[in-house]
Design a protein around this ligand. Structure first.
Ligand SMILES: [Cu+2]
Length: 413
């Protein structure tokens, strides 16, 4: 055995061990990473509630809200034909207990219609103490995760107290946190030892690996097979035999220990969108300009009130940022990262009278355009935006309309 080889072997072993036992924690979650036009025209999330926000280990947190796949979905982004509702947190710090969309169990993937509205509800259970930004997230096949607004949740207590007990269909109560763990560890050890025997043989008993052997193979040409000794062959056959025996033994052992099993379910489920309410307002976007020095988007619109009562514009929301008209709605951010501009929306004129058609300028101005990198839209290859416009009638009932169009920048102040 050569000392040099032993050193290389130790370094390799340490690297493998580090990879196994010290996964890197994820600090950022890419809320602003995607291009602005993708965030503004993929999923509109709204009415998001995360409650409670102070919990201890084993407590449940309920995440509810609505989402609407944009009717102006970008052509470059795969549509939500296969989508999966989940919660975005840094690592397995919660476990998901249940999730549903419009009352349908979302344990499987589903597809969502563009322009339709869906209600969702996800229940998660606190597993690891800490402070986490909890987001709803929709995973769309080939498009990746489309993340909703985040709310901070603080988990106190002790991670060792976490319990995740379920009753199986055969009536056994198992703690999913520990179930099968010893089995996983034993099989890892078995395969690790087997791999180690193979490596030790080639590195310590054969010596001169890789490049020297490669050179000899090149030198010997057609006779290179002569380098393989009888012992090499015998060991290789023994390893193969042991591997096959272990696999067969493992299969029959598992089969006898757990006679009743069902396969993981991979089918897709169908869910109907929330029925569309009666249309009470028609919005025509005449043009949209983004004034760079003022960090403000102005929508020049022609709006017709089709209802029999007055309507007011309360909010414009896009890419999880909410611009609020404080003359209609009093809404403050829930925490330091809640993307609410409490007086970010200015609307010309007052309420729109029943039957009236009027030209209205709607200006959404806030530093959030910059800090949330939405102003980058003007540098995107597709500078069209989409946003939800919220109207409130005299009964306080809300009506949501999606508007979209090209956003033209102006550079002077
Ligand atoms: Cu976040």
């Amino acid at each position: 055995m050569k000392l040099k080889h032993f050193g290389v072997f130790l370094v390799g072993l340490a690297a493998v061990a580090a990879g196994l036992w010290m996964p890197m924690p994820a600090f950022a979650h890419g809320e602003k990473a995607q291009m602005a036009f993708l965030r503004m025209r993929s999923i509109h999330w709204y009415d998001i509630s995360v409650s409670p926000t102070q919990v201890s280990v084993n407590d449940e947190v309920v995440v509810t809200g609505k989402f609407r796949p944009s009717a102006f979905w970008p052509g470059s982004l795969p549509e939500p034909v296969v989508s999966y509702l989940n919660i975005g947190v840094p690592g397995p710090v919660f476990v998901r207990m249940e999730s549903e969309v419009n009352g349908v169990n979302m344990v499987n993937s589903t597809s969502f219609e563009l322009g339709a509205t869906y209600d969702f509800r996800v229940v998660i259970k606190a597993r690891v103490p800490g402070r986490y930004h909890v987001h709803p997230v929709l995973h769309v096949e080939h498009a990746g995760p489309l993340v909703g607004p985040g709310i901070w949740v603080e988990t106190s207590g002790n991670a060792a107290d976490f319990k995740h007990e379920v009753t199986t269909l055969t009536g056994n109560v198992v703690d999913l946190e520990k179930f099968g763990f010893a089995n996983v560890v034993s099989w890892h050890i078995i395969w690790f030892v087997l791999g180690l025997i193979w490596l030790v043989y080639w590195i310590f008993f054969k010596g001169r690996l890789f490049l020297p052997r490669y050179r000899r193979v090149a030198d010997l040409g057609a006779d290179a097979d002569s380098m393989i000794t009888r012992t090499d062959r015998n060991l290789a056959f023994a390893m193969l035999a042991i591997t096959l025996v272990l696999i067969v033994f493992g299969f029959y052992r598992a089969d006898s220990l757990y006679p009743n099993t069902i396969a993981l379910q991979t089918g897709r489920i169908a869910v109907a969108p929330t029925p569309e309410p009666e249309k009470v307002v028609a919005v025509q976007l005449d043009h949209a300009t983004y004034r760079i020095p003022g960090r403000s988007l102005t929508l020049n619109t022609t709006i017709t009130n089709l209802s029999d009562g007055p309507l007011e514009i309360s909010e414009l929301a896009t890419a999880n940022v909410r611009f609020i008209n404080d003359r209609v709605l009093d809404l403050q951010p829930l925490d330091s990262h809640d993307l609410v501009a409490p007086s970010g929306l200015n609307v010309t004129g007052g309420a729109i009278a029943p039957g009236e058609t009027r030209e209205i300028a709607i200006t959404a101005a806030d530093a959030l355009w910059e800090t949330h990198r939405l102003s980058r839209l003007i540098y995107d290859p597709d500078s069209r935006f989409a946003a939800l416009l919220f109207f409130v009638d005299s009964d306080g009932e809300r009506h949501v309309i999606e508007v979209s169009g090209p956003m033209i920048p102006t550079f002077e102040s």
